[in-house]
Structure formats: structure tokens, C-alpha cells
Write a new protein. Sequence first.
Length: 174
Amino acid sequence: MDHPARPNRHVFPTLPRRPIRVVLDGVSHLPNIGTMFRLCDAFRIEHLYVCGYDLEIRKRKLVRAASGTIAWVPWSSGEDVLAVVRASKDAGYSVAAVELADNSVAPQNLRSDAPICLVLGAERHGVSQAILDLADQRIQIPTDGLGGSINLATAAAIVMYEAARRFPIAGLSR
């Protein structure tokens, strides 16, 4: 499979992005946050919101996991998760919470009539109830193992891939 040429890092910020926002609800584990930067870069996500945590961008574990992507992924930190999700909903985004919850659907059944705001919670606590109540849909990754779940970064990769497939970028083939 031929890979398209990588864009020049000076041109990259001007290229189109997918209408997908990723919101982290209380995630504070630096390697997970760094991996989220990499995923947002890989899928050209519109914006990464790190909510409920004041991110110190120069922390070594974060920088190592992000592998240089911090410089060109649009992001913000320390914002109130409920305010970000409400603003996204008001702007016409469909809110999808990635959470083990009643009425959740598999990632391939993600509805995408509108731009998507994906919300992921910390591994121990998950997405807050206020956000689950506000969500238009809930996404759960089916697992067959004894543990019953997978880690945040892996779940995010699966769901972001499915969401990205719904919003092709002109000139890129998948």
C-alpha cells in the first residue's frame, strides 16, 4: 500500500482538518494525554481539549508520548468539560461519550450526521455523569476478555479511526 507524502510542517497547520473534537474529561495520566496528541495528529482532528487538568506541556512523560505532535495539534487545557461539551453541542456537534454504559453502541455504529465531539474519561472514573446525560450517543468497544475493558489510548484509537472514516479529507485515500 502506497502512503501519501507527508506534508511539510510549515504547510501542515493550513491543511483541512476533520470536524471532530476530542475532549478529555479529567484525564491526567501524562502518557495517555501524549498519546492523544499523536492520535489527534494522525487523524487530523480539529481540536483536543484537556479538561479538568492544567496541563504542563513540558513534562517529559507527555513530551515523549506525544512524539513531537504538540507543536501542530490545536489544543487547549484547563477548561470546564461541561462548558466545552455544551459549546460543541450548541455549535452543531453530535456528542459521543466513549464509555461502558447502557444504550452504548459499537464504534462502527457511530452516527455521524453532524460534526462529532468525542468525550473520553479517565480510566478509573470514566466520563462524568453530567456529560453522559448530555451525550447524544455512547460508544463502547466490545471486548471478550476477562478484564472487560481496554485502556484509554487504545479505545480512543479505535473510536477516532471510525469517526475519521466518516469525514474523508480531499486528496487522502483510506
